[in-house]
Structures are given as C-alpha cells and as structure tokens.
Design a protein around this ligand. Structure first.
Ligand code: ACO
Length: 394
C-alpha cells in the first residue's frame, strides 16, 4: 500500500531567497564553443554562422571544428574521417547485450545503456592525456550511430548489419538503419540535419554532461548522462511528440481549435518555445527548407500542411509572448521523409549532439571545478525518531 506523506514543507518565495528556478539567466561556465543571440535569432559555432556551416560543411568537419576549435586542414579532416570510419563497428558483446533489451523499450533507453556500456571496454580514466581524449571522441562519434541502427534492427528481430567502409558517415548510418544505400540527396540532407543539431550551448543535456564531466568520470558516463537528459519531452524528446501532435491534429483545418484548446487547458504546444530564443529558432527555418527540398523530390507529407497551419495559428497567440517554433518543430518532418521511425528521432538528435557534449567535456576538463550548487532547505527542523507503534499514520 502506498501511504501518502503529509506535506509539511513550506514553500518560500524563490526571488526573496535568491533562487533562480531552472537557473534562468545564471551563467555557470565560460565557453568559446557556440553563441546564441536569442533576439536576433542568430547561432554561431566557434564564430561561424550556422547557415553557412549547414550549407557548406559536413558533419564530421563541424565536429572537428566544435571539439578542437578550428576548421581542419584537408589532411586533418581526412585523418579524422578515416579514424571515425575505422571505429564504426561495435563489439559483439554490445550487440548481444542489446539483444537482451526488451523490443518494446524506447530506443533512447537502449542508447543510454549501450553508450554507458562502452565504459566497460575503455575504462581507463586518463582524461589529462590528449590521445585518450582523441580516442574517446573518435569512438563515441563513430559508434553511437552504429548502436542506434543496431537496436532498430534487433528490435525487429533481425541481426544488425555491419557498417560499409565505402559510405560516408551519414550515408552509412541511413544504410545501417534501412538496409538500403540512400540516394545522395537524402544522405546530404541528413548530414545537414546533424550539423544543425550538433551544439547549442548550455542546454539541459549539455549542462548534465558538464556536471558529470566535472567529477572527472569517464567520457562514456558523461555521454550516457547527457543522453538520459536529452530524452525528456521538454528537451530533445519534443521532436517525437511534435509528430504525434500533428497526427492528432490530423488536418490543417483543426490546427486553430487544437491550439486554442491546448492553451486554455495550459498544455504546451510541442516544438514551440525556447529559453534562449524569443524569435523563430534559426535551425527551425533551415530544417523547414530541408523538408521542402525533400518534399519537392520525393512528394509531400500531409503533416507539413498541418504544421504550417499550426505555426500560423500560433503566431497571434504565442508570438506575442516570444514563443515560436524551435529546432524540434520541423526536424521530425525531415526524418519521416527519410524513412526514420518516430521513436528514433531523439536518438538521431543524440547522434549529432554527442559532438557538443564532447566539446563541452573537453572544455570543462580544461578549467575544471566540480559542480556543487547549494540549496535552500525548507524541510522539518531536527526532531526525534519514534518507534513505529508510536507514530500516527498520516
Ligand atoms: N506552448 C504553450 N505555451 C508555452 C510554450 C509552448 N510550447 N512554451 C512556453 N510557454 C508558456 C508557458 O506556459 C509560460 O506561460 P505563463 O508565463 O503564462 O505561465 C511561459 O510560456 C514560459 O514558459 P516556461 O515553460 O516557463 O519557459 P521555459 O523557458 O522554462 O521553457 C521550454 C522552455 C521547455 C522549451 C518550453 O518552451 C516548452 O516546454 N516547450 C515545449 C517543449 C519543447 O518544444 N521542447 C523543446 C525545446 S528545444 C530543445 O530542447 C532541443
């Protein structure tokens, strides 16, 4: 029997006691990795505008830039790509472990467990050794996509397929997932999606990564904790919920009434709102254009019309509060067109964001102090323990 504890805690006024719920506006680290102007709707990685990188760069080049601070030379990029390619395979032990996961489990839980399991294979915590850091970066960037694709096949009752060395990073992931070599446009658009999701300053999962990193634990634990944080519907998990919401709305004509009903019942519109942006997220605009590129080539998705109608309806209701589409609003429409199942949208986000987490891991180690904030205690004053028969049941 569950006995509900009587609430005795006082709730104090957060402002009066100096609390900043959700740490809004509280700087907790210095960083030179990425910058956001939430009023102008601008995002840069190491000083480069996101639109330029999404148009010109590749995901692995952007990864190199984010983690080591500068764009690689041709040789550096070639070496990095080759290293990543060589480490794409995962041990049969990891694959066998994944076969024991329930097929009905969420792929984010499978990813969190398998990312953590890498620490069992590479447990040395030599985090002041640049070679150890380089190897950990290469392994994680290389193996996370393989693990996401492997769980997809395993849960369907199939054996995972091996990476193909003749395929580049993004094409290889789509191949391992769908068992078909993707057309060049799909592979390029997927690569651009990875660039767009690679880093976004001190969001919840990156903060989680930095807190874990600050204890000097291994990078696999850092990434596993960040994956768990990304999974929540207020963060990366929103991309899956957006598509579910669009399907529930069903037609563009229903968008306005859905919105009104949600707002009057104090329900959030998934894929809208951001702590940093008070305008439309620049990544949402680029993802929208990527979705349109795919629709032009492979045919429209009816849910796109629903999304457009919802965005239009939301403009007058939420726009005045600075609530606009965020990165998760249009990404699912791109992934759907690429044949990626809904519950893999957030793992796909993780494939990309592992880059940002690793960049912050490295930066944290460079000037580390363990995170240990304080709290304001609102519980009981010291009191005496009583035997069970003398306690009143509440
Ligand atoms: N739909 C409706 N109202 C919203 C939304 C939304 N999506 N987002 C914020 N609001 C409203 C809140 O109800 C609140 O209104 P009130 O002041 O009248 O009570 C006000 O805006 C502030 O909202 P908070 O939740 O306090 O804003 P916060 O900065 O803490 O949260 C967040 C930001 C979590 C992204 C929020 O906008 C949200 O829950 N959005 C929906 C989930 C989502 O899309 N998450 C993905 C974000 S992007 C990413 O993490 C990759």
């Amino acid at each position: 029997m569950v006995v509900e504890q009587q609430k005795t805690e006082k709730t104090l006024n957060p402002t009066a006691i100096g609390l900043r719920p959700g740490l809004e506006g509280v700087p907790v680290s210095q960083s030179s990795i990425c910058d956001i102007d939430g009023i102008k709707g601008e995002l840069t990685y190491r000083g480069y505008p996101i639109a330029e990188l999404a148009a010109q760069s590749s995901f692995l080049e952007t990864t190199y830039l984010l983690i080591w601070g500068e764009l690689p030379s041709t040789q550096q990029l070639r070496d990095f790509e080759r290293e990543v390619q060589m480490h794409r395979r995962v041990s049969f032990r990891v694959r066998d472990m994944m076969k024991c996961f329930p097929a009905t489990g969420h792929p984010m839980d499978a990813l969190q467990s398998s990312a953590a399991s890498l620490g069992l294979f590479y447990s040395r915590r030599a985090i002041d050794d640049p070679q150890y850091i380089y190897d950990a970066v290469v392994r994680l960037i290389a193996k996370i996509p393989t693990m996401v694709a492997a769980f997809q096949l395993i849960r369907k009752g199939q054996d995972p397929i091996q990476p193909r060395d003749d395929l580049a990073y993004s094409a290889n992931f789509l191949y391992m997932l769908t068992e078909r070599e993707p057309d060049p446009l799909s592979a390029r658009i997927f690569d651009r999606c990875l660039i767009l999701h690679a880093e976004h300053s001190l969001n919840a999962s990156t903060f989680s990564a930095r807190v874990t990193a600050s204890t000097l634990t291994d990078p696999y634990a850092v990434i596993a904790s960040a994956v768990g944080t990304l999974a929540g519907p207020l963060h990366g998990g929103a991309n899956e919920d957006v598509i579910k919401m669009l399907e529930e709305i069903g037609t563009p004509e229903n968008a306005s009434s859905y919105l009104n009903e949600a707002i009057s019942n104090k329900r959030k519109i998934m894929g809208f709102g951001h702590r940093e942006y008070k305008v439309k997220d620049p990544r949402a605009s680029i993802l929208q254009s990527l979705a349109e590129e795919l629709f032009a080539r492979f045919g429209k998705d009816n849910m796109y019309e629903v999304a457009l109608a919802l965005e239009e309806a939301a403009e007058s209701h939420l726009g005045k509060k600075g609530i606009f589409p965020n990165v998760d609003f249009y990404s699912g429409l791109v992934y759907r067109k690429l044949g990626i199942p809904k519950d893999l949208f957030t793992p796909v986000f993780a494939i990309s964001r592992v880059t940002g987490w690793l960049a912050h891991w490295r930066e944290q180690l460079g000037a580390n102090r363990i995170f240990r904030p304080s709290q304001v205690y609102t519980g009981e004053k010291p009191r005496q323990w009583k035997p069970a028969e003398e306690r009143s049941s509440t």
